[in-house]
Write a protein that binds this ligand. Structure first.
Ligand SMILES: Nc1ncnc2c1ncn2[C@@H]1O[C@H](COP(=O)(O)OP(=O)(O)OP(=O)(O)O)[C@@H](O)[C@H]1O
Ligand SMILES: [Mg+2]
Length: 146
């Protein structure tokens, strides 16, 4: 992905391939492009509002194109008891599409991923690699490749 435009083009394809209930982990260093991809995904689906990074809120939610999205950024997540208290468990259901930045910060609390996306910073853009981790993740990757 040489620039944000190609990230958007990828997001448009991904938008058509994801289904309710999917759990997507987004891995990559600070500034690697995780939030940019979520923003592009929601925008491609027709969301017109602002997509902010959930750095402080930990979770932002969106309804767009008849789908429910939950965007987590767990970089600042510290306390495991907070997970229960915030009701985060309930967000992982068959309706919500959950996208998580920094899932490793809440390892053991989050349900396993269906899809993992790795962002790598290159001198001239970003390398994005996708890994399917379940049958629904594989179905998503297959429909992306069509
Ligand atoms: N394909 C791309 N090529 C070059 N630059 C990009 C590309 N995609 C995103 N960027 C730029 O890289 C930066 C990525 O920032 P972003 O907030 O998305 O990172 P992040 O992975 O969410 O970081 P954090 O872990 O801090 O939340 C933005 O400045 C964006 O413009
Ligand atoms: Mg981010």
């Amino acid at each position: 992905m040489p620039d944000e435009e190609s990230t958007s083009a990828f997001a448009a394809r991904l938008a058509r391939a994801i289904n309710p209930g999917l759990v997507i982990y987004l891995h990559g260093d600070l500034g690697a492009g995780k939030t940019t991809l979520v923003r592009a995904l929601l925008t491609e689906l027709g969301y017109r509002g602002r997509v902010k990074s959930p750095t402080y809120t930990l979770l932002e939610q969106y309804e767009v194109a008849g789908k429910q999205f939950r965007h987590f950024d767990l970089y600042r997540f510290r306390d495991a008891t907070e997970w229960e208290a915030a009701g985060f468990n309930d967000e992982f259901n068959c309706q919500n599409i959950c996208l998580l930045e920094w899932p490793e910060k809440a390892a053991g609390l989050i349900p396993p991923a269906d899809l993992e996306i790795n962002f790598e910073i290159l001198p001239d853009g970003r390398n994005i690699t996708l890994y399917a981790q379940s049958d629904t993740g594989t179905a998503c990757l297959n429909s992306l490749q069509k």
